[in-house]
Design a binder for this molecule. Structure first.
Ligand SMILES: [Zn+2]
Length: 82
């Protein structure tokens, strides 16, 4: 009898955990929809973000650095190795 209560309690706990997991997955999906991938450095950017924030990304170290690497690769045709 005690075992049956334990099984019931665990089943309730399981359904709560499953529900929570699907809620979190929905949240991540809805967040992903609003994200855009930077074609230069591969960063996730917020789609339709404020112009100043996009501007600060474009002048940021990571983005500028990747841009330099891409220019180098194109210029020296290192891309053929890949
Ligand atoms: Zn970038």
């Amino acid at each position: 009898m005690v075992l049956k209560f334990q099984v019931d309690a665990l089943n309730v706990e399981k359904s709560l955990v499953m529900q929570q997991a699907s809620n979190e997955r929905g949240l991540i999906l809805s967040q992903e929809k609003k994200m855009a991938l930077c074609e230069i450095c591969g960063s996730f950017l917020v789609a339709n973000d404020a112009t100043e924030r996009t501007q600060s990304h474009m002048t940021g170290k990571q983005h500028v650095g990747f841009g330099l690497v891409r220019d180098y690769v194109i210029e020296y045709k290192v891309i053929a190795i890949f």
